[in-house]
Design a protein around this ligand. Structure first.
Ligand code: GDP
Length: 431
């Protein structure tokens, strides 16, 4: 579905507008100062046009962190949304934070609608005129709380929706890489190493647009599109909200990447923070290469411990490719390219319906699904509904136990590989 992102500084009424769009009376989440909330998406519809609404707000940054927080929101929206609604409080006018977000959004290649909120009466409409100064076109006056003007805004949103959600990854272009990991694992060191050894391609490769925050790097004779390298070069040091900011940034990078390089400091125990980044990658459905960095500091003893940690902590991603490197010495850095290529090959792969169903028949004959409630569910048919990541749909008569689904997924991997890529298996019950 096409995505509509609602952005703006805290307390301008984003959540209220989202609720209004969803046709709900109660607030999804109140604008409580200090509440840490991640981006949330909801399904919506207006005049028969379905779309997804994303509320990017929720974090109350301090005055210093504010500009950064909404800058990330705006970048995220420009990467992922098909229409952006920027909400401003018309009773306050244009603040410097509003100006900052507008400056970024003026670069947007997707439609941006300016909603001037809290205009509760006709008389207040004149106040909104000053918002023309934001350079985002006409301020559309609304009162999200009372519903004033929101139907007109929804008409505009629907009119701006594309026929099809935009193609995120242009086929044939450089593959898109997100270099992610908790602070100090060596992301910037690796980036510098890659750029230093090879060549950072400054000019645009034909047919690709490279965001100013991204970088094309030539590796192994090919261009690779590293997303949000600016975020790695400009190190952010801010006491409050640092983690939240970093996680938004990671999410944004994953959103526009095809393969994730998860950096882990091999010389230190694997931590919760590493696993949180891993969870984000798994949720994103991107191909994955786990990179153990600082290998120059790993001795025999540490190596044994690490093996145990890997068994325990990385058990959810037994399929991930692993590479041990040292960003400072350059050791094994050249192994990253084949690992990424292999992971992407799996991520892109399609198994024919014929192959899939003859495989399914054999598996089921050997190990039929367990009987549930005196009934033997039958798996009738399988199809690969999508690639990137490979997504399979099983049509069954009756419910399949989670254990059996995992068994099928494991068998699917054993038979067809998919190393480096997540695989999704959905079940549709049809009697
Ligand atoms: P980032 O926060 O993930 O970008 O991490 P940095 O690249 O800033 O690295 C954090 C620290 O680890 C710096 O002091 C680096 O010099 C050091 N470092 C990075 N990679 C390696 C490595 O492979 N070996 C060693 N010994 N130190 C490293």
């Amino acid at each position: 579905l096409p995505v509509v992102a609602v952005v703006g500084r805290p307390n301008v009424g984003k959540s209220t507008l989202v609720n209004r769009i969803l046709g709900r009376r109660e607030a999804v989440v109140e604008d409580v100062p200090g509440v840490t909330r991640d981006r949330v998406s909801y399904s919506a519809e207006w005049t028969g046009h379905p779309f997804t609404v994303t509320d990017t707000g929720g974090w109350e940054p301090d005055a210093k962190g504010m500009g950064r927080s909404i800058a990330v929101q705006a970048e995220l929206a420009m990467r992922a949304a098909d229409v952006i609604v920027v909400v401003v409080d018309a009773t306050v006018g244009a603040t410097s934070a509003d100006e900052a977000v507008s400056r970024i959004l003026r670069r947007s290649t997707v439609p941006v609608l300016l909603a001037a909120n809290k205009v509760d009466s006709e008389r207040a409409e004149a106040d909104a005129a000053v918002l023309w100064s934001l350079g985002l076109g006409e301020p559309h006056t609304i009162s999200a709380a009372h519903g004033r003007g929101t139907a007109d805004l929804l008409d505009l949103i629907v009119a701006a929706l594309p026929e099809k959600p935009r193609e995120r990854f242009a086929p044939g272009g450089p593959r898109r890489v997100a270099l992610v990991g908790k602070p100090n694992v060596g992301k910037s060191s690796l980036l510098n190493k890659l750029v230093g050894e090879e060549r950072s391609v400054v000019d645009n490769v034909a047919g690709t647009t490279v965001d100013p925050v991204d970088e094309l790097i030539e590796l192994g004779g090919k261009s690779w599109h590293f997303v949000d390298t600016a975020g790695l070069r400009r190190k952010v040091r801010s006491a409050t909200g640092h983690e939240y900011y970093a996680s938004l940034r990671t999410r944004a990078a994953l959103e526009s990447a095809e393969v994730a390089l998860l950096l882990i400091d091999a010389s230190q125990p694997i931590t919760e923070q590493d696993l949180r980044v891993l969870s984000m990658i798994v949720d994103s459905g991107r191909a994955l290469v786990v990179v153990f960095n600082k290998w120059d500091l790993v001795d025999e003893d540490r190596r044994e411990r690490l093996d145990k940690e890997i068994d325990r902590e990385l058990e959810r991603v037994p399929w991930a490719r692993r590479v041990n490197i040292s960003a400072t010495t350059g050791r094994s850095v050249q192994k990253l390219v084949p690992a990424m290529e292999g992971a992407l090959e799996s991520w892109d792969r399609r198994v024919s319906t014929g192959q899939l169903n003859s495989w399914l028949k054999d598996i089921i004959a050997a190990t039929p699904p367990p009987v549930r409630g005196g009934r033997q569910p039958r798996v009738k048919f399988a199809t690969q509904a999508a690639t990137r990541p490979p997504t399979f749909v099983l049509f069954t008569t009756g419910f399949l136990e989670a254990g059996y689904r995992r068994f099928l997924e494991r068998k699917l991997r054993e038979s067809f590989g998919f190393e480096g890529s997540p695989v999704r298996v959905n079940v549709r019950v049809r009697d």
